[in-house]
Design a protein around this ligand. Structure first.
Ligand code: NAI
Length: 466
């Protein structure tokens, strides 16, 4: 049996793992990263990036549909998508990014092994080929996977999770999306524009239950306008499959007929890399860590989705960076105080059409704790959004009434995914609505709506009066 010695071993090459490995190597550690699939994890291979490739295709299709209203003459207005070509294009983009990450790891001097690794007791790591690795610290960054629901018929070959859906080479005629959360709504918007007849089935009274209610109403209205059927407060009772067709039977007696079903009802941590005898403490299937990322086993850290803290790639980057620093402190590669996760202000984006993005507290959450003031600027009064043909949506700023500190921002509509970063920056640096309102913004830009919403909180908005 071969035994290797390394300063730090990272298990999992997704956003938490590859950032942790690069950071630790840059700090001077001898790092080994074990990844059983492609580096890049869910985000690059089966999540954020492939869905954004398709979301852009969906936007292009919608733009073509609106072309004639702008006086653009298209001789044959029939628009279809060749899914085989789309799949190849998506895979090419993914490959470009994953090979970029491989290059960054190589440049940093990280040893990458393409194998499954398992944590054993005493911080040992065993590779699939039997090699044992002794190290000063281990970072577990094994991510998450889709959960299933225990209903009759769920094992139908027509029920796919988002991983398998991203490998489809055809567009289903009728698509039932089970779960109206972030993944469900993104796929619903994309596949509707690709030509599927889409139905969303959501157990809660609203789709996107964690988001601002008014934003969700705007998105739901837009999705319905485009022909998507949404069943809320709807539990799936069973799935009946006959050959290439299925019926999703709901508890209220309604049936949704479909050629394919996407199951998007949440994700759970991947714990496959932990041997029984490593005994890391878990809570509801997630690895428990303290604020430094340390697990219940000294010297073993965890970062990213596997901790169940925030299932977002950008949160994983932050956690990866933090645990790499702390592991380097533990192994005496650097002499510095340990750092804590910094996840209070993390923007969250749903790439539906229209996009929704939020950071901080929702209006409901903030007003339950603080005396608040709200500024909500409609994009119908924003020149850039209006001329871009996307007047539906708004930017909402929720602030503390006394000092004007920004407690939360929600955007829905054009460029929401970009504007939210400005809001996060303002919140991270504790800017008040006064300071945002007095910052000169370029004109015409959609991000002016953030300035206007902040100005509204202090009665200083010129382009809208409510
Ligand atoms: P989710 O938690 O966002 O949504 C799952 C939805 O399914 C919930 O609305 C829930 O009420 C519903 N549901 C649960 N059981 C159900 C049932 N039996 N029948 C009908 N509905 C049911 O989970 P999702 O969409 O799978 O995403 C997983 C994670 O990945 C999320 O935490 C999300 O933050 C992250 N993610 C983030 C993205 C982004 O930021 N753009 C993109 C994709 C994923």
């Amino acid at each position: 049996m071969t035994t290797l010695k390394k300063d730090i071993v990272v298990i999992g090459g997704g956003p938490a793992g590859y950032i942790a490995a690069i950071k630790a190597a840059r700090l001077g550690a001898d790092v080994l990263l074990a990844e059983e699939n492609q580096v890049g994890g869910t985000c690059l291979n089966r999540g954020c990036i492939p869905t954004k490739y398709y979301a852009q295709s969906a936007h292009t299709i919608l733009s073509l549909a609106e072309a004639s209203s702008r006086g653009i003459k298209v001789a044959d207005p029939t628009v279809t998508i060749d899914m085989k070509q789309a799949l190849a294009g998506k895979n090419k983009t993914v490959r470009k990014l994953t090979s970029g990450v491989q290059g960054l790891l190589k440049q940093a001097g990280v040893t990458v092994v393409n194998q499954r690794a398992t944590v054993t007791k005493d911080k040992g790591v065993r590779l699939q080929d039997g090699t044992m690795i002794e190290s000063g610290a281990v970072i577990v960054a094994t991510g998450s996977q889709s959960v299933r629901i225990p209903v009759e018929g769920i094992d139908s070959p027509l029920v796919l999770d988002s991983d398998r859906f991203l490998d489809l080479d055809h567009v289903p005629k009728r698509l039932a999306v089970i779960g109206g959360g972030v993944i469900g709504v993104e796929f619903a918007a994309i596949y509707q524009s690709f030509g599927s007849k889409v139905t969303i089935i959501e157990a809660q009274p609203n789709i996107l239950p964690m988001f601002d209610k008014q934003a969700v109403e705007t998105v739901a209205a837009e999705l319905r306008k485009r022909g998507i059927t949404i069943h809320v407060s709807s539990e799936v009772l069973r799935i009946d499959t006959k050959g290439k067709e299925a019926s999703v039977v709901l508890a209220n007696g309604t049936s949704v007929d479909a050629d394919l079903m996407l199951l998007a009802v949440g994700r759970k941590s991947n714990l496959c890399c932990i041997d029984g005898d490593a005994s890391l403490k878990t809570d509801r299937g997630r690895i428990v860590t303290d604020e430094t990322g340390m697990t219940s086993h000294s010297g073993i850290y965890a970062a990213g989705d596997v901790t169940g803290r925030k299932l977002l790639a950008h949160a994983a980057y932050q956690m990866g960076e933090t645990v790499a620093h702390n592991a380097c402190v533990d192994t005496r590669i650097i002499n510095a105080p340990k750092k804590k996760f910094c996840l209070d202000i993390v923007p969250s984006v749903v790439y539906s059409i229209p996009e929704v993005a939020s950071v901080g507290l929702t209006e409901e959450e903030a007003s339950a704790i603080y005396d608040t003031v709200v500024g909500k600027f409609p994009l119908s009064a924003n020149g850039r959004a209006l001329s871009g043909g996307e007047p539906d949506g708004f930017v909402k700023v929720v602030a503390d009434k006394k000092y004007g500190q920004i407690l939360g921002v929600c955007c829905v509509g054009m460029f929401a995914s970009e504007i939210i970063n400005e809001a996060a920056m303002a919140m991270r640096h504790e800017l008040t609505v006064h300071e945002v309102a007095e910052t000169v913004h370029g004109h015409p830009t959609v991000s002016e709506a953030l300035k206007e919403a902040a100005a509204m909180c202090i009665g200083q908005c010129y382009h809208w009066s409510s």
